[in-house]
Design a protein around this ligand. Structure first.
Ligand code: NAD
Ligand code: TYD
Length: 362
């Protein structure tokens, strides 16, 4: 058996990834290492909590002694590093936590893995891998007509979130280059799907619309993201870890580039259809333009050609299919939703981020 440490496995993508691995592979034990911040949620993992191949440990990736102990106690072969602060708006209002978790946390994990793997008798290369999950946001913002980013595009992060992820990417690369550690990095575009924390655009709009609340669209709503259904991301990561070349970076994207306003309108249309008795139909009437995000990136687009050519990956879900599945999932998981939205820390965030923007969300 291989022992994979998944950091941040109680978050959105990490929990989808753990479920994906346990349902598609029988040769892997998963150790989920998560601090359970506001974004971590063990309710995301109900389907696997009794699986003998799954273990949860609560801890902080910045805590070196604890990381050392977990690597040793579970004889970790592979690290899949998701743990991070992940929301751009929170990074604008509180950047230091992003530097701590994303930069110091990644450095701590890398250094612990280097020490642990070099103390093991087998050579450093082989089945070992440190795979770092990163974002397209490290590349900055594209102008209309500019080509999609490749792995060779220069880094130009604009938000504190993107800058902290860029810092962590550089550390991963440097540990590979200097110490010969078997690292890989994937930079992925915006994900959406089940279990996404309802502070991000797609779940936020879905839930606000269901409850007849304003749908806050930042600025003119013409910003473009490259949306990818989360299961497609999980498949891409698995291929990179299993068959990708150590030392390499891979871009992952969905090649879907509608503007935010169009995404919001599509969600409204899906809800009009799925909740045909709703008193809030047409849900589009809830759209509210609010003050823009400072430094808001205009356009992201990823060229996934390398991943397609080297590893045969392509997304399986179209945006329409993925959005339909996602909206259906939120409709069918009201209990999961309420367990988050009933918390005062969620309500405090909504107030802090939206009250001064001019629109109303309550
Ligand atoms: P998320 O915010 O939903 O989850 C983050 C998880 O990390 C939570 O479970 C949290 O408890 C945990 N965590 C935070 N600080 C920790 C610490 N100090 N120690 C241990 N655990 C800690 O994030 P997500 O959307 O699932 O993103 C996961 C990763 O993917 C991040 O690295 C993010 O940068 C990257 N990414 C996200 C997207 C996206 O669209 N969501 C796109 C590309 C890349
Ligand atoms: P988000 O889901 O926060 O992801 P990211 O900032 O990492 O791309 O936002 C996606 C897009 O939607 C982004 O352009 C900001 C915009 N947005 C809104 O217009 N309104 C909102 O309430 C939120 C949360 C985001």
């Amino acid at each position: 058996m291989l022992n994979w440490l998944v950091t941040g496995g109680a978050g959105f993508i990490g929990s989808n990834f753990i479920q994906y691995i346990l349902s598609t592979r029988s040769d892997i034990n998963i150790i989920n290492f998560d601090l359970l911040t506001y974004a971590g949620n063990l309710n995301n993992l109900k389907t696997v909590e009794n699986d003998p191949r799954y273990t949860f440990v609560q801890g902080d990736i910045c805590d070196r002694q604890f990381v050392d102990a977990v690597l040793r106690d579970y004889a970790i072969n592979t690290i899949v590093h998701f743990a991070a602060e992940s929301h751009v708006d929170r990074s604008i209002l509180g950047p230091m936590q992003f530097v701590k978790t994303n930069v110091i946390g990644t450095a701590t994990l890398l250094d612990a893995a280097r020490d642990y793997w070099s103390a093991c008798s087998a050579p450093l290369v082989g089945i070992r891998r440190f795979h770092h999950i990163s974002t397209d946001e490290v590349f900055g913002s594209l102008k209309p007509g500019e080509p999609a980013w490749t792995e060779d595009s220069p880094y130009a992060p604009n938000s504190p979130y993107a800058a902290s992820k860029a810092g962590s990417d550089h550390l991963v690369r440097a540990y590979g280059h200097t110490y010969g550690m078997p690292v890989s990095i994937s930079n992925c575009s915006n994900n959406y799907g089940p279990f996404q924390f309802p502070e991000k655009l797609i779940p936020l709009v879905t839930l606000n619309a269901l409850n007849g609340k304003a749908l806050p669209v930042y600025g003119d709503g013409q910003q473009i993201r490259d949306w990818l259904y989360v299961e497609d991301h999980c498949e891409a990561i698995t291929r990179i870890i299993t068959d990708g070349r150590p030392g390499e970076t891979y871009n992952i994207g969905g090649n879907n580039q509608p503007a935010n306003l169009e995404i919001v309108r599509t969600i409204c249309r899906l809800l009009d259809e799925m909740v045909s008795a709703s008193k809030y139909r047409p849900h589009e009437s809830l759209i509210t333009f609010v003050q823009d995000r400072p430094g808001h990136d205009r356009r992201y687009a990823m060229d996934s050609g390398k991943l397609r050519q080297e590893l045969g990956w392509a997304p399986r879900y179209s945006l329409e299919e993925g959005l339909r599945k996602t909206v259906r999932w939120y409709l069918d998981h009201q209990e999961w939703v309420e367990q988050i939205t009933d918390r005062t820390n969620y309500q405090d965030w909504m107030q802090k981020n939206y009250d001064k923007r001019g629109g109303t969300v309550k």
